[in-house]
Design a protein around this ligand. Structure first.
Ligand code: NA7
Length: 543
């Protein structure tokens, strides 16, 4: 175990709280602690602006899959009324404008240090302080440390032999150049067909000379049906903001729509088909809400999966390509379900080829392109849409050391272990936002983010009111919560997707543990409220 590092002298004033990350969660946590509790707070952010995940994910077609009127803060009537979204789903630049609007409107930037990457954080037990070190060698200390580092911020670039020899350019979608990439006249290869690849391919294909899409696992996707918002809808969402918030708080996924109470298997086939068709025409993640049993009953799920496969075959003209695109090995929505704008239609273009790398795997990258066991693909640009070391990656790379010198890597050796996704045993006064054990990525993210920030704020307020200095989850509470997270996942079909990043299966060597809490956001909110009402049951609070 690493020893606690305290030898570098303090150079900065004592802070009440340090927050790592200036995305959705860090910004709201800063606001809560500064404005509601009057704490001295500093946010440390690696990028040179706010935005978090959206600061880095600037790939072509980057757009949120939650509808814009739900993908925003809902705690402030003023923010809701003053901001106006332009499209049904917000595009990356618009989300950046929104977060900058919020940061400026709430005067948050004065407490954010940009271009500041955290490389280590150590808990000094004697002083009851977190000592945080930055890449530049600075050291800051605070009583509370809150990681607001996002779930999808550690890029997963597969270790394909020969990448260093590639004579062209390569990019990971999560580390996209701010100046953009010009694909005009280029032969482009895109590896990965998750939500990101499915958004990017249609846009890249518009300017590239040729696009090869390297598909390992075929994926379901439903049309997003993105469009500009009408003045009537803009007015409607403002007038009904309170009602939308209530729906988002009451539903499993924090979405602004409810899940039907109908069961797919108890609906006559003709009627079921009509309901799927209506949901397909409406578009978006709401397709998953067509029937209540889609995520818990494999036979019910098969009806949705079959519907989407038939749609793919109807859209894609070349029967061999259609077959490969619809040969999907997992139940619908057991991997994060993408939504798209013309993804399957893109394979009808003359300049787009689907390369099945399950049948003929990638062997290496050569100076000239990608070599599979089926042949060579000459390329000028490779785009890695290969996802992230999700949820645990951002925590593990910060070298966090808790009480008695234990590191997060050691505490999570067999998979992530948290209490409520909010704390790790052995790491007093460290709170984690939307990490493993939180409903997190199974939700429309601003909903769990607001809940976490408010819960953490209330906990710190409680401690101050009672003269308490330390809060730490017990090992027993963590063990119990890990069991509850497993039980919640096992009650659904989610674990059936064996290569899902929810399970950590996309990163070689990562423990296979279902990471987010699948019991639903509404239930989770109740559990957290009960814990607080029962004197923070499962936490040890001490003076
Ligand atoms: P995902 O969903 O993890 O998708 C990554 C894709 O990359 C997926 O199709 C993978 O295939 C593929 N992949 C990964 N490594 C390789 C290698 N070595 N060879 C071939 N193909 C590979 O990441 P996204 O960025 O699309 O989406 C992440 C989240 O962002 C998304 O879920 C939303 O929440 C927003 P596989 O399925 O593993 O066979």
């Amino acid at each position: 175990m690493a020893s606690v590092t305290t030898e570098i002298p303090d150079t900065k004033p004592e802070l009440d709280a340090l927050i790592i990350g200036a995305g959705f969660s860090g910004l709201y946590q800063l606001f809560c602690l500064r404005e509601r509790l009057g704490l001295s707070v500093q946010v440390l952010e690696a990028g040179d602006g706010v935005g978090g995940t959206w600061y880095w994910n600037r790939y072509p077609g980057a757009r949120c899959d939650s509808q814009s009127h739900a993908y925003c803060y809902s705690f402030s009537k003023e923010l809701t009324q003053e901001w106006e979204w332009s499209e049904r789903y917000p595009e990356q630049p618009e989300i950046m404008r929104y977060l900058n609007f919020v940061a400026d409107r709430l005067d948050l930037k004065r407490n954010i240090r940009f271009n500041t990457r955290v490389v280590a954080a150590n808990y000094d037990e004697a002083a009851n302080r977190w000592i945080v070190r930055t890449e530049a060698g600075e050291q800051l200390t605070a009583k509370f440390l809150i990681t607001a580092v996002g779930c999808l911020s550690t890029a997963n670039v597969p270790k394909i032999p020969g990448l260093e020899s590639f004579a062209g350019q390569w990019y990971h979608t999560g580390q996209w150049p701010h100046e953009g990439v010009d694909f005009t006249g280029k032969r482009v290869g895109m590896i990965g067909t998750g939500s990101t690849g499915i958004q990017a391919a249609p846009v890249i294909a518009q300017t590239a000379a040729h696009l090869d899409v390297f598909q390992r696992t075929a994926n379901y996707s439903v049309p997003a049906r993105n469009a500009p918002l009408t003045p009537e809808f803009k007015r409607y969402i403002k007038e009904n903001a309170t009602e939308f918030r209530a729906v988002m708080h009451a539903t499993r996924n924090g979405m602004p729509f409810t899940i039907s109470e109908r069961l797919a298997l108890e609906t006559p086939p003709d009627e079921r088909e009509n309901l799927y068709e209506a949901a397909w025409q409406k578009g978006g993640l709401e397709f998953r809400a067509t029937f209540e049993d889609l995520m818990v009953d494999k036979a019910a799920n098969d009806t949705a999966a079959d519907f989407i496969r038939r749609k793919i075959r109807a859209i894609v003209k070349d029967p061999v390509t259609a077959e490969k695109l619809s040969d999907i090995d997992h139940p619908y929505a057991t991997k994060r379900p993408p939504i798209d704008t013309n993804y399957f239609e893109t394979f009808n273009r003359d300049n787009v080829t689907l390369v099945d790398v399950k049948a003929a795997p990638i062997e290496c990258i050569t100076p000239g392109g990608v070599r599979t066991s089926g042949g060579d693909y000459p390329l000028d640009i490779i785009v890695f849409a290969t996802g992230f070391d999700a949820m645990t990656g951002p925590m593990l790379r910060m070298n966090i050391t808790g009480r008695d010198g234990i590191t997060v890597a050691e505490a999570w050796e067999a998979g992530p272990r948290t209490y409520l996704g909010l704390q790790i045993a052995g790491f007093p006064n460290l709170f984690t936002m939307t990490g493993p054990g939180s409903p997190s990525v199974l939700c429309n993210m601003p909903v769990p983010i607001e809940q976490h920030a408010e819960w953490i704020t209330d906990c710190i307020a409680h401690m101050r009111a009672h003269g308490l200095e330390r809060v730490e989850a017990t090992e027993a509470a963590v063990t119990n919560w890990v069991e509850q997270v497993n039980t919640a996942a096992d009650a659904t079909l989610l674990p059936l997707a064996k290569s899902s990043w929810y399970l950590g299966a996309n990163v070689p060597g990562k423990p296979r543990v279902f990471m987010p809490y699948a019991g639903g956001m509404a239930r989770y909110r109740e559990i957290c409220a009960d814990v607080a009402a029962n004197n923070y049951q499962g936490f040890v609070l001490s003076a």
